[in-house]
Design a binder for this molecule. Structure first.
Ligand code: GLC
Ligand code: CA
Length: 565
């Protein structure tokens, strides 16, 4: 399958709360996005994905929706969204919106009804269950820590929430609930949106046998996510959603499928399955977790140093096995991940620019639709708040409560992990310039700006010809004009090499070679004979230009792309 607009798109992800505040109340908004569309267009972006902007108590920054049909007052109005669509379409750009289907806010009218009595018509829109001997129905752990069950006095039952307790899970076995969701999807599509990123879609089907699972030592609950992830009926629901809604429109869909195996991935998005166009899965974001190093914590808070072959294999697995069967997504970061420059790159002053360009090179020459997360294109980094009160993410607070306040770990240990791993790393305000609050807002922002905005900001990037922004712009320009980079196959070389990332992309008669040193040491590398073609043109590099040869010396974080002539 070739030639679909979403296969040739460059998608930029916007976290609206932190992108640009147009009315100076400290919160980013839709008008702020509109102000910056030319900036994005210049970068080479062809579509934006905007995280939820619906009415919400903001327990999970908008992923807890209380009205699917309303825009949050913090962000603007439906008229602003219509204007955004119009402004995008005028620029030949598209709008992908975030669709939250696994849960609602507990303040959504459906849940308010559902709580009231056991025979309320909305009761079974959610998952309610009796306790067992004074305990919750199961010992399963929520993604945000704590139990997946919350007791509710009114009817003396528990409801399920795999995220925060203010986010009750919807019951996808309920036909009328599904119909109501489909009606809402039609409504947004009729507003003119061009696609959906479907949030947490892997979890729509739960195992309703509700059996206890084993609990690791030092923990209170069982992290048995397989009880509610990537289960068979998810696909039945998606197929129905396609039949009843999506098949009526020419739109793009990308499902968030956390924990999906390769087989699962193919079920979600193989061309012949008629489900989604693509999925987002996270294997490559977590190759450096080390659960054994701190078994008292959920694995996302653990880490070891990066073993490059693990990262290469993780990316290659999708590149190779989806090729010809399904379409890939390529991304380093999003609003749930630490900043990639701090995670897999080097955010020190000496290597920040160089390693950011290397990361961009390695990723965006792969096959699949590129997703860039706001700020990545200017080299934004993790933030190092030391005071817990400076953080805003519910997930951080649960972690802190369960570990520090329960004396399971020290404050120093947990703050250090939060600085490395937490989602707030990606959620500090976009750094536009070196004026107050990084040009994000005239007022105190809802979350503090990263103090490094003086050195890292859009304005400087635009002025500097050698900036990360201009390098990214060049990458997308090359990519968009090269069928080989969009449709070519992928081959990984030097798979076990611990420093070098080397692959080719080929299509018809053309081949591109991508070569990078992933670390700070200078490396002498002998390239495999079969890729040392005689003549090669340099397409892009982040160091002085050097010809392709059998023996090469690569400086720290050096990256080069050749095209074979
Ligand atoms: C997804 C979102 C994340 C949110 C969760 C619950 O993983 O990306 O930000 O907390 O779903 O909606
Ligand atoms: Ca605002």
């Amino acid at each position: 399958m070739h030639g679909k607009w979403w296969q040739e798109a460059v998608i930029y992800q916007i976290y609206p709360k932190s992108f640009k505040d147009s009315n100076n109340d400290g919160i980013g908004d839709i008008q702020g996005i509109i102000e910056k569309l030319d900036y994005l267009k210049d970068l080479g972006v062809t579509a934006i994905w905007v995280c939820p902007f619906y009415e919400s108590p903001m327990d999970d920054q908008g992923y807890d929706v209380s009205d699917f049909y309303k825009v949050s007052n913090d962000y603007g109005t439906l008229t602003d969204i219509q204007k955004l669509i119009e402004e995008l379409h005028q620029r030949d750009m598209k709008l992908i919106i975030d669709l939250v289907l696994n849960h609602t806010s507990d303040e959504h009218p459906w849940f308010v009804e559902s709580k009231k009595t056991k025979d309320n018509p909305y009761r079974d829109y959610y998952i309610w269950h009796k306790g067992k001997d004074g305990c919750p129905p199961t010992n399963w752990e929520s993604f945000f820590g704590g139990s997946v069950w919350k007791y509710d006095e009114i009817t003396d039952e528990y409801y399920m929430h795999i995220f925060s307790e203010k986010m009750p899970d919807l019951n996808w076995n309920h036909a009328q609930m599904r119909k109501d969701i489909y009606r809402m999807m039609h409504w947004w599509l009729n507003q003119g949106v061009d696609g959906f990123r479907i949030d947490a879609v892997a979890h729509l089907d739960k195992n309703c046998n509700f059996v206890n699972r084993s609990i690791p030592e030092g923990r209170l609950y069982s992290p048995c996510y397989d009880e509610f992830s990537n289960r068979p009926k998810v696909h039945k629901h998606i197929q129905e959603m396609v039949k009843d809604v999506l098949s009526f429109y020419d739109v793009m869909t990308v499902g968030e499928a956390g924990g999906a195996s390769l087989d699962d991935a193919l079920k979600y998005c193989a061309y012949d399955r008629n489900e989604f166009n693509m999925i987002i899965s996270f294997d490559h974001c977590w190759v450096d977790v080390d659960p054994c190093s701190a078994s008292y914590l959920p694995s996302k808070w653990t880490y070891k140093s990066l073993h490059l072959p693990d990262l290469k294999k993780s990316l290659a697995k999708y590149q190779i096995n989806l090729y010809g069967k399904a379409w890939n997504t390529i991304f380093w970061s999003n609003h749930d991940q630490p900043r990639v420059l701090s995670h897999y790159g080097n955010d020190s002053t000496a290597y920040r620019k160089k390693s950011a360009k290397m990361l961009g090179t390695v990723l965006y020459f792969l096959g699949g639709t590129p997703f860039i997360y706001q700020g990545e294109e200017i080299g934004m980094t993790n933030v190092s708040f030391t005071n817990i009160d400076d953080y805003r993410d519910i997930e951080i607070f649960t972690l802190y409560k369960e570990t520090v306040l329960n004396h399971i770990s020290t404050k120093e240990d947990i703050i250090d992990r939060i600085q490395k791993r937490s989602r707030d790393n990606a959620r500090t305000p976009m750094q536009w310039d070196d004026s107050k609050n990084a040009g994000f807002s005239q007022s105190e922002p809802w979350i503090k700006v990263n103090p490094n905005y003086i050195d890292i900001n859009v304005e400087d990037n635009l002025l500097d010809k050698g900036s990360i922004y201009h390098y990214y712009q060049k990458i997308f320009n090359i990519r968009q004009n090269t069928k080989t980079l969009i449709y070519g196959d992928f081959k990984l070389y030097l798979e076990e090499d611990e420093n070098i990332f080397l692959y080719t992309r080929s299509y018809q008669e053309e081949t591109y070679i991508v070569l990078a040193n992933f670390f700070e040491k200078t490396i002498d590398v002998v390239l495999p004979e079969e890729i040392c073609w005689k003549k090669a043109e340099i397409m892009i590099c982040n160091d002085i230009e050097k010809p392709l040869s059998r023996n090469m010396k690569l400086h720290p974080y050096e990256a080069i792309v050749y095209r074979i002539l």
